[in-house]
Design a protein around this ligand. Structure first.
Ligand code: FAD
Length: 398
């Protein structure tokens, strides 16, 4: 299927748009559509940031180091503006600034390739000597680390809570929200005519945006299919010593440790504990039916890293855990595009373990694409994925 000609809805005085999925991508898209003048209905099976969704759980990292991919740094910059705006409007403290510490056991080329872009776009980043790093962060054992970078403007966003705040802002501005499961309607004559709810109700709109995260492949098997592969990702919270401040954001930044596996962690931002997770892609997962208990092997791997890098926490108790999923695109880049066979259907997803921070900018890009036909960067379009060889070689490397 080729790309259809753009048919922007801007000609209509108040186009009706249905957004399916109130996770980070769908919630922000709905809010932007409303601000741009559309009449919007937002629909979700289980609600914003629900525990089956990829936007569920306590926190997400926002950082600007993106290797040589300038487009993401620009999106992070825009996203920061929009996060700040909604935090000011809602009064909800959705962001905790911590900085991000990049620990390299081998090459730090990824960070170095970002430095010029970061400086140009206003994200301060410092290279620390190992001695300086040891001095600043005595709770970290830097053995095996050859290079340390500190990104000063980085922090933790409250994930599930932010999705609720965005949905509330959407409703306060006149948007309509309902909890229901949607099945895409038939596509006839190059357009989708309606949506079907489980109870048989039908919803008609001028345009439909599907922001269904890890469910997108099942909803659109031909157009998306395994171009979005959900993988199981476990997140652990370990208890810190009584009265200790060393694991609070005031004393410890977010950290990323590039070893055989990439582990990252977030200091104790909400009193839930010291968060650690393995970024390695896990087993395939069904987001609807998966049992979300953490595995003994995953906990053991996290403990091993903690014993090596945060020795004081070697025997810390596991106090909480979350099992989430990445919704991986083949090359790790977002998917934001029109359905190639239906001119009034748009798809937004493929956050691939890094989409949350970008969601305000993703929503803006998607809303502008729907309402005014603004092109999205080729990097995010579906036709970049047509080459099978490209798909296979890129998937494991991110
Ligand atoms: C453990 C983990 C750590 C992560 N860490 C980071 C990080 O540090 N920084 C970062 O930027 N990103 C991170 N990410 C990635 C980021 O969280 C996701 O890419 C992003 O939240 C995806 O949002 P989404 O709206 O596309 O999907 P989702 O949040 O999954 O939303 C999709 C929604 O669609 C609804 N839905 C699906 N099908 C239907 C249907 N048929 N009818 C009605 N509703 C439907 C679902 O209920 C769901 O609410 C992480 C992800 C995980 C899992």
């Amino acid at each position: 299927m080729g790309r259809l000609d753009a048919q922007p809805l801007s000609g209509k005085s108040k186009p009706r748009v249905a957004v399916i999925g109130s996770g980070a991508f769908g919630g922000w898209t709905a809010l932007h559509l409303l601000t741009l003048g559309a009449q919007v209905e937002l629909i979700d099976s289980w609600g914003p940031g629900n525990p089956r969704s990829s936007s569920g759980g306590e926190t997400r990292v926002i950082r600007a180091i993106y290797g040589p991919d300038r487009i993401y740094v620009e999106m992070v910059k825009r996203a920061y503006e929009l996060w700040e705006k909604i935090i000011a409007a809602s009064g909800e403290p959705l962001y905790t600034e911590t900085g991000a510490l990049w620990l390299h056991r081998k090459d730090d080329a990824y960070v170095r390739s970002s430095v010029a872009i970061l400086r140009e776009l206003g994200f301060p980043v410092d290279k620390l000597s190992i001695a300086e790093a040891k001095d600043r962060y005595p709770q970290i054992d830097f053995r095996g680390v050859h290079s340390v970078w500190l990104e000063r403007r980085a922090g933790a966003l409250s994930a599930r809570q932010a999705c609720g705040v965005v949905r509330d802002a959407f409703q306060k501005s006149g948007g309509s929200y309902r909890q229901a499961r949607i099945a895409p309607g038939a596509i006839a004559g190059g357009a989708m005519t309606e949506l079907r709810l489980d109870d048989g109700t039908r919803i008609e709109a001028d345009a439909y945006v599907f922001a269904c995260g890890p469910w997108l492949g099942k909803l659109f098997p031909e157009v998306i299919g395994d171009r979005i592969r959900p993988t199981r990702q476990e997140v652990y919270y370990f208890g810190t010593p009584a009265g200790s401040q060393r694991y609070l954001p005031s004393h410890l930044p977010i950290w990323i440790d590039f070893g055989e596996r990439i582990f990252y962690g977030i200091p104790d931002v909400h009193g839930r504990g010291f968060k650690i997770s393995d970024d390695t892609r896990g087993e395939p997962i069904d987001p609807t039916s998966a049992n979300r208990a953490p595995t003994a092997e995953g906990i053991a791997r996290a403990r091993h890293l903690i014993a090596e890098r945060f020795p004081e926490l070697a025997n810390a108790p596991l106090v909480a855990a979350e099992v989430c999923q990445y919704e991986n695109s083949p090359d790790g880049h977002l998917i934001i595009d029109r359905h190639p066979g239906a001119s009034n259907v748009w798809l937004a997803g493929g956050g691939s373990g890094h989409g949350f921070k970008l969601s305000p900018a993703v929503g803006e890009m998607t809303a502008q694409m729907v309402l005014s036909g603004k092109e999205v960067p080729r990097l995010f379009r579906l036709d970049r994925l047509h080459d099978e060889a490209h798909r296979k070689t890129q998937f494991e490397s991110k």
